[in-house]
Design a protein around this ligand. Structure first.
Ligand SMILES: Nc1ncnc2c1ncn2[C@@H]1O[C@H](COP(=O)(O)OP(=O)(O)OP(=O)(O)O)[C@@H](O)[C@H]1O
Length: 262
């Protein structure tokens, strides 16, 4: 049984139908990324999965006992409020010192317990949010644009951490991202959303689909070229600096693309 199975999900907010007939599954150990233009319903879908938005139709089946870790798109804290990382991670429930230390390690920011939240950089704070989501060893990790505001290196590091976490925990990952270049390297499967699922499948197949190209336009060719650049070969550099390779190993899932054109 998949960790998560969504069938014919429809969501209406106010008078507007935001999501239409969504079909989606996430298996243990896979990274699935939702891409789509602004307002296409990505956050709404994640919020439906965590149960904060009720579907108007369809169903969301979770593996029995499924533990979900969620990194929201935005979390603003009052910067004048003195609060250590440890205290923040113990809200709303207390965790053991060991559990906090372990989550920080898994999130790639070990030993940050005593730091003040207000003193953290954007990238460090994103890792604290990731640590918070990892505290209960989730079976499914949901990330809503967790890398927004990070620079190129920070984004690559963050996705590398996610890849490591899914191997260590064996969890499934469903994430929303606008960073198409990185997404295509970091995901096993990509789901292109525009109110409905336009297409889904392996990154390369999704990028080659006309539904995806209609949504993302001409830039697609560049992304595809980037993705196809095979980093298993070696680079020859004439200088001693390390190669500028922020890539995350691509995966070889053979999931076929499914496509619906509207
Ligand atoms: N509580 C709400 N009531 C009414 N409409 C809402 C509500 N929340 C979101 N919407 C609308 O639902 C649509 C989808 O929003 P959502 O945040 O899911 O999109 P998104 O794909 O995550 O966008 P972005 O990439 O900009 O974050 C938008 O048109 C938004 O205005």
């Amino acid at each position: 049984m998949p960790l998560l199975s969504i069938e014919n999900l429809c969501v209406t907010l106010g008078k507007h139908r935001i999501l239409e007939e969504i079909e989606l599954q996430v298996e243990r150990g896979e990274i699935v990324t939702l891409v789509g233009p602004n307002g296409s319903g990505k956050s709404t879908l994640l919020r439906s999965i965590i149960g904060s938005i009720a579907p108007s139709h369809g169903r969301i089946q979770r593996e029995p006992g499924l533990k979900i870790g969620y990194v929201p798109q935005r979390l603003s804290l009052d910067p004048t409020l003195p609060m250590t990382v440890e205290r923040f991670l113990n809200l709303p429930h207390r965790h053991s010192l060991d559990a906090v230390a372990h989550a920080l390690l898994q999130a790639g920011i070990p030993g940050a317990e005593v730091q003040q939240i207000a003193s953290l950089s954007g990238g460090q704070f994103q890792r604290i949010l990731l640590a918070r989501a990892l505290l209960d060893s989730p079976d499914l990790l949901l990330l809503d644009e967790a890398t927004q505001g990070l620079d190129h290196r920070g984004i690559a590091d963050f996705y590398r951490q996610i890849d490591s976490v899914r191997h260590t925990l064996g969890c499934g990952v469903l994430m929303v991202s606008h960073e198409l270049h990185v997404v295509m390297r970091a995901s096993d499967r990509v789901v292109c959303l525009h109110g409905h699922v336009c297409c889904q499948g392996t990154p390369e197949r999704v990028m080659a689909s006309s539904a995806y190209q209609d949504l993302f336009g001409l830039d697609t060719a560049d992304v595809l070229a980037f993705y196809r650049h095979d980093h298993r070969h070696s680079h020859h550099h004439s200088h001693s600096a390390p190669p500028m390779d922020d890539s995350i190993p691509s995966h070889t899932s053979t999931t076929p693309v499914s496509e619906r054109l509207h």
